[in-house]
Ligand binder design. Structure first.
Ligand SMILES: [Zn+2]
Length: 303
């Protein structure tokens, strides 16, 4: 699932290519992607003619502030990612499974990364002013699209329950410590990926953060001393910033807005590296699963 660095990568590209453009029309073959309003015709009517005035991120949510006091929220969820380009509708049949070298219903006009299989599961398309298109490729169709009244979103429970932004300069160690004191129950990995504690960290980056901080992912967070928590805090800032610089990861289905792979894969130390040697101590990296959650870690350096 795209986490903070992937969402941020998509957003910085969106700002360059999509800002100030107007949403002209929308198409989908999967109306269930649109959770709000449930009435697709209403959704379509309300977004048509709206100008994109601001693009921002909160946690893993991509937010488009529109001219009519509305905010379009897109959460890419498990396998979704936004793409920019130009496509031609190949046929009007319902979506069919894509074979290698095939492009489903939508054919990218140009050759290149948009024709990579992972980018061809297009279930949502926006036409923008200036002849550009914004697509959602989503193999499993778990993404969430919602159109909110701006004020309603700002005051919504789901939005306000999100924890602080880890890269915000106001997110200091003192703040982190204070939050953990309130929510100190649970395994360290589980707490780090709890969106109400900190927004934007998921499976991949929690493993990487804990490897760097040398903390065992299933250690009870209440058993960690201040020094250990400080190491985690520093690793959060460093790993997420580095991942943004590298354009996110592409071990999962994530691709950047232009359909290309992010560069974090080569900087990755433990996530999905079970059976390989730890780059710090040479011990074999393990993958363990506790109550449905798995973690990758080095049993030697992470105690
Ligand atoms: Zn190690």
């Amino acid at each position: 699932m795209p986490e903070l660095p992937e969402t941020e990568t998509t957003i910085s590209q969106l700002k360059k290519k999509v800002l100030k453009r107007t949403l002209i029309d929308v198409w989908t073959d999967s109306r269930n992607l649109i959770k709000k309003p449930r009435d697709y015709q209403k959704f379509k009517k309300e977004i048509k003619g709206q100008q994109i005035q601001k693009i921002w991120r909160r946690g893993k949510n991509i937010l488009f502030d529109l001219s009519g006091q509305k905010t379009l929220l897109i959460h890419q969820k498990l396998t979704g990612h936004l793409l920019i380009g130009n496509w031609k509708r190949e046929n009007a049949r319902p979506f069919r499974p894509v074979k290698q070298g095939d492009w489903g219903n939508w054919k990218p006009l140009r050759t290149g990364p948009l024709r990579e299989k992972i980018n061809t599961y297009i279930h949502l398309m926006f036409w923008l002013s200036g002849g550009l298109m914004l697509a959602l490729s989503d193999l499993r169709k778990f993404a969430k699209i919602e159109l909110w009244d701006k004020k309603e979103l700002e005051n919504s429970k789901e939005f306000n329950s999100l924890g602080p932004e880890p890269l915000d300069k106001n997110f200091t160690f003192e703040k982190f410590y204070e939050i953990l004191k309130r929510k100190e129950k649970g395994k360290t990995k589980q707490v780090l990926t709890d969106q109400t504690v900190i927004a934007g960290i998921g499976n991949i980056y929690s493993d990487e953060i804990l490897w760097q901080a040398k903390i065992h992912p299933f250690k009870d967070i209440s058993k960690l001393n201040q020094g250990e928590l400080k190491k985690i805090f520093q690793a959060i800032k460093e790993i997420l910033s580095r991942a943004i610089e590298l354009g996110g990861e592409s071990i999962s289905d994530y691709r950047t807005l232009t359909g290309e792979r992010g560069g974090f894969d080569k900087a990755r130390k433990v996530y999905r590296k079970e059976g390989e040697e730890c780059s710090r101590c040479g011990t074999i990296i393990e993958r363990i699963k506790i109550s449905g959650r798995s973690a990758h870690f080095c049993p030697q350096c992470q105690k």
